[in-house]
Write a protein that binds this ligand. Structure first.
Ligand code: HEM
Length: 506
């Protein structure tokens, strides 16, 4: 027995020594390359710290190495760039050197089991831009208004004059997700105000949301390929259920389908994608289009509830707009773009909330050995096969040199004293082009941004106009972030915040 134990220990020691040697004599930093930090565990490198809390890890590494460095994570070498003056050089670099499609393809497969032949993200973006912006925007905004009213006001459980307690995250996410889903994927019947259609829309959107929410809890682990066997089983069964609910046959029968939905389906047909894969792509798009706006409404409402001066300013602006036009939101059949565009206080509060809680990575695969020239003239060699990653959440968004007390919510941070939008922010004495990047930038910019802003505004206006909302425990601290979500868009709270709400006497 003792000799078996000794042999086992010796074996383990040998493996450790071999791994340490491999790490020591593996890749070494070459002249002209960014500082290299491989971590102590060969191959795995810093993968665990990266996945656990990317913001902390990348900030710690910046303190050690400066604003550009390369780390090893799960066999991949990732160069992190945190100088916002130099982001431009990456955002617009040619696709033959820095490619953004390859990593997107890996994630599509890992998270949604979607594989598209000849997938060209550029062609897809052109199609999406045409259908989510410009002349389609007013129709989508109006549909969102009606669908928000259905979700918030036609559900007797919610629209009641009795105080009700609910998690604010749950209320915000489910409302925006369900209304956003109905807006893009259509309704049960054509007439938004028919109560039978509304009841069916409430039921179906709730079923989709309930399943999607469970899937959403597992997606970050799926993206990092770290699901346990039990979680793999669970994600497979959730995806299968959602594919049934979202089958293209079923979607084809829905009323008020958006131009976006029909064009996306046609785009897949043109690519030669079979029906099964089309349905999978529909679930992927549900995540792309509906996973950010709900959390955004949550954070915005939470900050407004925690900061009464911000709430008073936003509510005062909203009431002033409707009063001056002698309009009541309850009697409106949509809020015009002209009204949605004249809310500088709301816009500043929204931008401030996004600065604090939007944390997407901007990622590129390095397709050939190349030189990266930073804004201050420094030049670095990047190696073919590595990955380049920008993390605007750390800099510019949380950079104390750019924003005084960056961790604090100041609703008027993006307002000039004359009430216009403040756009001048500085680092190192130089004006910044990219001072906050919640929507991504360049090729990675969010295609649904204008619809998202209109939708968030309409949801908050409806909630503040129709409901009394208050925190159950006004003294409770703002919850911490769920740290595994860094890199994937809007952050989510570690735990929900309970609020009380009831319909106002109108
Ligand atoms: C607060 C809300 C939102 C935020 C912060 C946000 C943020 C982003 C970001 C950062 C990206 C770039 C991802 C990348 O290329 O790496 C993106 C892409 C995208 N967003 Fe949004 N988004 C929001 C809401 C929406 C909404 C409501 C829609 C649609 C109705 C939408 C549609 C899209 C689409 C279609 C893409 C392109 C995805 C792709 O290239 O595959 N987004 N969004």
């Amino acid at each position: 027995m003792a000799s078996l134990l000794t042999a086992g220990l010796l074996g383990l020691l040998l493996v450790l020594v071999l791994l340490l040697l491999a790490s020591r004599f593996g890749r070494a930093r070459q002249p002209g390359e960014p500082p290299l930090d491989k971590g102590f565990i060969p191959w795995l490198g810093h993968a665990l710290e990266f996945g656990r809390d990317a913001a902390k890890f990348m900030t710690d590494m910046r303190k050690k190495h400066g604003d550009i460095y390369t780390v090893q994570a799960a066999g991949k070498f990732v160069t992190v760039l945190l100088d916002p003056h130099s982001y431009e050089a990456v955002l617009w670099e040619s696709r033959s050197k820095l490619d953004f499609g390859q990593y997107a393809r890996i994630l599509m497969d890992r998270m949604f089991e979607v594989k598209l032949p000849d997938y060209d993200p550029n062609a897809e973006k052109v199609m999406m831009r045409m259908t989510l912006q410009n002349k389609n925007l007013p129709t989508l905004t109006k549909a969102m208004f009606f669908n928000l009213r259905t979700i918030l006001l036609s559900d007797p459980d919610r629209a009641s004059q009795q105080w009700k307690e609910e998690g604010l995250f749950h209320l915000s996410y489910s409302t925006m997700f369900r209304a956003g889903f109905l807006t893009l994927y259509g309704n049960e019947g054509k007439d938004y105000e028919d109560s039978r259609n509304q009841a069916k829309d409430l039921a179906f959107s709730l079923e989709i949301y309930t399943e999607f929410y469970k899937l959403d809890r597992l997606l970050m682990k799926a993206a990092r390929s770290i699901l346990s066997a039990a979680e793999k089983k669970e994600i497979n069964s959730l995806r299968k259920h959602l594919w049934k609910l979202l089958s293209v046959k079923r979607l084809d029968c829905r009323a008020n389908r958006s131009v976006w939905l029909d064009s996306y389906k046609q785009h897949l047909v043109d690519l030669g994608v079979d029906e099964n894969m089309q349905t999978r792509a529909m679930l992927l798009q549900l995540w792309s289009t509906q996973s950010n706006a709900g959390p955004a409404v949550f954070w915005l409402l939470l900050f407004l509830l925690k900061y009464p001066s911000a709430m008073a300013a936003v509510q005062g602006e909203m009431e002033g707009i409707f009063r001056s036009r002698r309009q009541k939101i309850g009697q409106m059949h949509g809020i015009s773009q002209e009204i949605l565009d004249c809310t500088p206080i709301f816009d500043s509060a929204l931008n401030e909330m996004l600065r604090l809680t939007a944390a997407p990575f901007i990622t590129r695969e390095v397709l050939q050995d190349m030189c990266l020239r930073l804004a201050d003239g420094r030049e670095y060699s990047l190696r073919k096969g590595d990955r380049l990653c920008l993390f605007p959440f750390i800099s510019p968004q949380m950079d104390p040199e750019i924003y005084e007390e960056p961790e604090k919510f100041r609703y008027d941070r993006f307002l000039n004293s004359d009430g216009t939008e403040k756009t001048d922010f500085y680092k190192g004495g130089k004006s910044l082009k990219y001072y906050s990047m919640p929507w991504g930038a360049g090729i990675n910019v969010c295609i649904g941004k204008f619809l998202a802003v209109n939708s968030i505004k309409q949801c908050v206006f409806l909630l503040l106009s129709y409901f009394d909302l208050e925190l159950k425990d006004p003294k409770a601290a703002i919850p911490a972030f769920d740290k595994e979500r860094y890199g994937f868009g809007m952050l989510q709270p570690e735990k929900d915040v309970i609020i009380r709400y009831k319909l106002k006497a109108q």
